[in-house]
Write a protein that binds this ligand. Structure first.
Ligand SMILES: Nc1ncnc2c1ncn2[C@@H]1O[C@H](COP(=O)(O)OP(=O)(O)O)[C@@H](O)[C@H]1O
Ligand SMILES: [Mg+2]
Length: 275
């Protein structure tokens, strides 16, 4: 494809090799609530895409559909050009899509190192053998040191960690896999202090630049977005209203856009209420 056309039909036909994920006309309702109303989206290899929008806009729902946690009512998902339908989170994971849920990230009572290897435990003597705790401890220590996560002991239960540390471990776990193609992070920095946030940001940069992992991050902090995203997408009331490369816009421009959208919504609300 050499032309720079952006017409809808051209966009639909264009399945270049750089493209890892494509969504077409994704709809999702919960009862009478129409949460997603036709989302079209493309994600490229090694690209970091920032997803923003008001509370209730449908961002988490979109992430959950991509991770196989929920099913779209309508629309198609293509992974590396092939249409896919994820039957479960495990199914999406088997396709190389990893995620970190804000609440369900770790098992509180389980040790930090066991959490790091959750569902992918190393064993001695095949898959059903005894747990290789020694090796998991070594690797966990090394991995966290490499990442710069400062944790006194990996034997402690995950519940002894701060929210930010827990999130850092969950992201580390999701990114450990060699075959992760896409990593989805729903507000990974929300509970974090500056130091922990910097860790995650470094990890995101490393994964995308050095390992070619494509990443979608939901984040309300626009300054962050301009620090590590290649592209930013705005979802409002289930519709994508802006999709721009961060290099082609600026923090001020995005803020102005969001403020103008907010004003418009307030004005529409007033008109609808008749005052
Ligand atoms: N499982 C569900 N059942 C019913 N309504 C839901 C469910 N999940 C989300 N919603 C509703 O869908 C809308 C979008 O939610 P969500 O995707 O979480 O938005 P965001 O992440 O952008 O804040 C909200 O109005 C929310 O109440
Ligand atoms: Mg959300």
């Amino acid at each position: 494809m050499t032309t720079a056309t952006t017409s809808d039909s051209a966009a639909v036909e264009r399945h270049d090799t750089d493209e890892i994920l494509r969504l077409e006309g994704i709809h999702k309702s919960f009862g009478a609530v129409r949460v997603l109303q036709g989302i079209d989206m493309v994600l490229h290899r090694g690209e970091v895409l920032g997803l923003v929008g008001d509370n209730g806009a449908g961002k988490s729902t979109l992430v959950k559909i991509l991770t196989g946690f929920q099913r779209a009512d309508q629309g198609r998902i293509f992974l590396e050009g092939e249409q896919v339908r994820f039957s479960s989170v495990d199914d999406a994971r088997a396709h190389g899509i990893e995620t970190v849920y804000q609440d369900l990230a770790l098992i509180p009572q389980l040790s930090i190192f066991h959490n790091l290897f959750l569902n992918r435990e190393l064993t001695v003597g095949g898959r059903l053998g005894l747990l290789n705790n020694k090796r998991m401890r070594e690797l966990a220590r090394q991995y966290l040191t490499d990442m710069g996560v400062d944790i006194p002991t990996i034997e402690a239960p995950a519940q002894s960690l701060s929210g930010g540390q827990r999130q850092a471990i969950a992201v580390a776990r999701a990114s450990r896999r060699e075959d992760t193609k896409i990593l989805l992070l729903d507000e990974p920095l929300a509970a974090m202090g500056a130091r922990e946030a910097a860790l995650i940001i470094d990890l995101i940069k490393d994964l995308s630049r050095n390992r070619g992992v494509s990443i979608i991050v939901v984040d309300h902090n626009y300054t962050h977005l301009f620090e590590f995203c290649d592209r930013v997408t705005v979802i409002q009331q289930g519709v994508m209203t802006l999709d721009q490369r961060t290099a082609d816009t600026s923090l001020d421009e995005l803020m102005d856009y969001m403020v103008s959208q907010f004003r418009q919504q307030v004005a529409t609300g007033r008109a609808e209420r008749g005052h």
